[in-house]
Design a protein around this ligand. Structure first.
Ligand SMILES: [Zn+2]
Length: 353
């Protein structure tokens, strides 16, 4: 097993990164996944240094001025304008921040609802918003990887907090496996090969709520008491949900949940279920791969419900469902009200068993 905490830099690494001119302002505090780390350690040539120091600030100022003119983005109300900005990648993490701090920050969600975080390219207006952010709670999805290099030139006071901190991560399922649970067995597994859908399981969510609390307390020490009491209410609610679902899903133990995209691995692990995905290595499966899934479903028997996220192609799941006499149900793990959404998914699989 690997925990995200194992990927945190040594103090020596951190000092070295702070001293390098590649990162004049960016405060490195938490995990630096491999791609970001290699950027930190690159030595700059004189030309690159010249362009960073003299050329880039001019370009960036012009760029952001144009952005404001053409998009009118982020011209928020006066009160919003004075609030510290906090960024998250997905809506469920926006919900965690909101539950803990209320309206004490302006929370920017990078991936809008209805977009696939795995293929989403962060838009310039979101990057502008991030440049004003004090905290960025990252999840570990690919959209962040393309974003992190951009941050080095715009981030002033931004702290990057990895929500995978202190979690036991599972390996990302790239294609379907019959009745097999895959956890991480090697410490050598890079973080980017781990399952990023960390918000869709109560016990993991509770750890992430604590990570959010600790970071917000540092940002807003004057609100520590309020943050703590909001967190405790939220943590109790998450624990109640977990206990309720243990009871509700007990009769389902060992059963397979069929999904198009493997976003429910942590949920299935937590409640003794198995996840089988139709998607193949992040792509729509070809007819041969669909035929393999149909074989798997037939071997397992029954007429399953196949869950598809609204932002994905429905036809492979429909083809499988038709072949086995099953049905397709729409469910998104990205709904903002994450606790309600986890309960809803549990209800759907219980009703359809
Ligand atoms: Zn996903």
């Amino acid at each position: 097993m690997i925990t995200a905490a194992q990927a945190i830099r040594t103090k020596g690494d951190l000092m070295a990164a702070r001293n390098t001119k590649d990162f004049p302002n960016f405060r490195l505090k938490y995990i630096q996944p491999a791609p970001f780390r290699s950027i930190c350690s690159k030595r700059m040539s004189r030309n690159v240094l010249f362009s960073r120091v003299f050329y880039m600030p001019v370009c960036l100022s012009v760029f952001y001025a144009l952005l404001l003119v053409f998009t009118g983005c982020n011209v928020s109300s006066e009160s919003e304008g004075t609030l510290p900005v906090v960024a998250v990648t997905v809506e469920p993490h926006g919900n965690l921040v909101e539950r803990i701090v209320g309206d004490g920050v302006r929370c920017v969600v990078l991936v809008p609802q209805g977009k696939d975080p795995e293929t989403y390219q962060v838009t310039p207006d979101k990057i502008t918003a991030l440049s004003k952010a004090k905290l960025f709670f990252r999840t570990g999805i690919p959209a962040e990887e393309s974003l992190l290099p951009k941050l080095q030139s715009i981030a002033g006071d931004l702290q990057c907090i990895d929500l995978r901190t202190d979690l036991t991560l599972r390996k990302l399922e790239l294609h379907h496996h019959e009745g097999e649970i895959r956890h991480i067995h090697t410490d050598a597994l890079p973080l980017q090969n781990t399952d990023p859908h960390i918000w869709f399981a109560p016990s993991l969510l509770k750890t992430q709520a604590l990570t959010v609390l600790n970071a917000l307390k540092k940002l807003l020490p004057e609100k520590a008491e309020l943050l703590q009491s909001n967190y405790e209410k939220l943590a109790a609610e998450i624990e109640n949900l977990r206990l309720e679902l243990v009871r509700q899903l007990e009769p389902m133990r060992g059963k397979t949940v069929f999904v198009f995209h493997p976003a429910y691995g942590y949920f299935c692990d937590e409640f003794g279920l198995l996840q089988t995905a139709i998607e193949f290595e992040g792509k729509t499966p070809n007819p041969k791969q669909i035929a393999e899934v149909i074989e798997t479903v037939k071997r397992l028997g029954g007429k399953p419900v196949i869950f598809v996220q609204p932002e994905f192609n429905q036809s492979p799941a429909q083809a499988v469902a038709e072949a086995v006499g099953g049905t397709v149900a729409i469910h998104s793990p990205l709904e903002r009200d994450v606790l309600k959404n986890i309960q809803r998914f549990a209800d759907l699989i219980t009703q359809n068993r």
